[in-house]
Design a protein around this ligand. Structure first.
Ligand code: SAH
Ligand code: SF4
Length: 399
């Protein structure tokens, strides 16, 4: 979401000219996150650094989740010109208007583009600060989304990624029955070569949708479904609203319908009450499911959340042992799964070229680094033979 708001702001402010050095800027906008305590500390220390080196009359604008939940602290320490969430396009345009002179939106040239369809979150998982920072769920109108999608296509994008903290909740607040599926089907009528969505919630991910996805030929076969834990006890303490059995059922159905899909997840280790047997259940789940990739985080206690009051904390050294153990298991699984692509041909949509190599994704959303591409290939789907892999990417040559 923050990547999107930053790129949207950039497209507005490009018309004013951008400085590459903080020391020269008249306005400095910092987009923040609040999901973990460490991130908060980094941002506060960065704000301190910026405050020291900026021009005396330069105006500081702090947006994103941290600026909403720690408004008072940021106001007191740094006296910013503006501080708050600013997540919707209209909020961002208002920032543009505050800066003197004309502002007009410039083209964003990327092949792959994000489009937020629902803001906020109603779930209140007991570890998570997001609902307090981003507020309740608010879906955009379907007609507006289609119009924005068409504009994004006209700017040259070939892939669109529909965004939401819980994208599967799309349309609930608008009382659209099965809103997420209605949205997906409507967006699939636009001429994008690829359509994707992020992030899904296992609680709202309906099994019947998985068969319906097959009717959407341009759907990227990529499913990010954060499981957080493999223990039903911990899932319940986290207020996730599903069991590991339900989670297995979803993944089995995805793999049955889309054998080449990539399935990725988020996992939280060291939540209060997670004992060794709960942890081993997570290990077992990872081994059984064999995710393409897992993003593992150490639990960080956040203010305002229900989990803040939970006792029975896991010692930091134990959290570290658990995260390292899971990362090692997942790396081996990724290498095994990705390794199966060596010698195979995949269709890659080339998004850009960096350091002489093309970067894109194959049909299952796996990142592929491609040799021998030219600027002409950007935005096109090319056939690539995979010759090696690592824990993040597949590598190959254009056929
Ligand atoms: N809406 C998404 C995730 C949003 S936050 C969902 O429901 O899954 C992204 C990830 O950050 C989460 O999946 C979780 O694994 C991690 N996260 C959230 N709160 C955290 C906390 N307090 N400490 C550590 N990681 C956290
Ligand atoms: Fe946070 Fe849970 Fe909402 Fe995801 S669903 S943003 S983890 S509260």
């Amino acid at each position: 979401m923050n990547v999107y708001t930053s790129s949207y702001l950039k497209s507005i402010l490009n018309s004013k000219g951008m400085e590459s050095r903080l020391e020269d800027a008249d306005y400095i906008i910092i987009n923040t996150c609040a999901v973990r305590e460490k991130v908060k500390q980094k941002i506060i220390s960065y704000l301190g650094k910026v405050d020291k080196i900026k021009k005396e009359d330069a105006k500081l604008i702090v947006i994103g989740c941290l600026s909403e939940v720690e408004k008072e602290e940021i106001n007191k320490k740094f006296k910013p010109y503006l501080v708050g969430l600013f997540d919707k396009e209209s909020d961002l345009e208002n920032i543009g208007k505050l800066i003197e002179g004309d502002v007009y939106k410039t083209k964003i040239g990327s092949v792959s583009r994000y489009l937020p369809v629902i803001f906020g979150c109603d779930h209140f998982c007991s570890y998570c600060i997001v609902p307090f920072a981003r507020g309740r769920e608010k879906s955009k109108n379907l007609e507006d989304i289609i119009k924005e999608a068409e504009e994004i296509y006209d700017e040259g994008a070939k892939e669109i990624i529909l965004l939401g903290q819980n994208v599967n909740d799309y349309g609930k607040d608008l009382k659209i029955d099965d809103g997420f599926m209605v949205l997906l089907k409507e967006v699939s009528k636009t001429p994008f070569q690829r359509i994707s969505f992020l992030t899904s919630h296992p609680k709202n991910f309906k099994l019947k949708w998985i068969s319906e996805f097959k009717d959407i030929p341009n759907l990227l076969q990529f499913f990010h479904l954060p499981v957080q834990s493999g223990s039903n006890k911990v899932l319940s303490l986290m207020r996730r609203g599903y069991t590991k059995e339900i989670y297995f059922e979803i993944i089995n159905k995805i793999r049955e319908e889309f054998p080449f899909a990539s399935v990725t997840t988020d996992i939280l280790v060291g939540f209060p009450g997670e004992d060794e047997s709960d942890f081993l259940e997570t290990v077992d789940l990872i081994k059984k499911i064999e995710f393409d990739r897992s993003f593992v985080f150490i639990y960080s206690k956040r203010p305002l959340t229900k989990g803040y009051q939970y006792e029975d904390e896991v010692p930091h050294s134990e959290k570290l042992r658990r995260i390292n153990y899971l990362i090692k298991i997942q790396d081996d699984i990724t290498l095994k799964r990705y390794g199966e692509y060596i010698g195979k041909e995949v269709d890659v949509l080339i998004e850009n070229i960096k350091g002489g190599s093309g970067i894109g994704k194959e049909k299952g959303g796996r990142v592929v680094i491609v040799e021998d591409v030219t600027d002409d290939d950007i935005g096109k789907i090319v056939k690539v033979e995979i010759d090696r892999v690592n824990i993040r990417e597949l590598f190959g040559k254009k056929c």
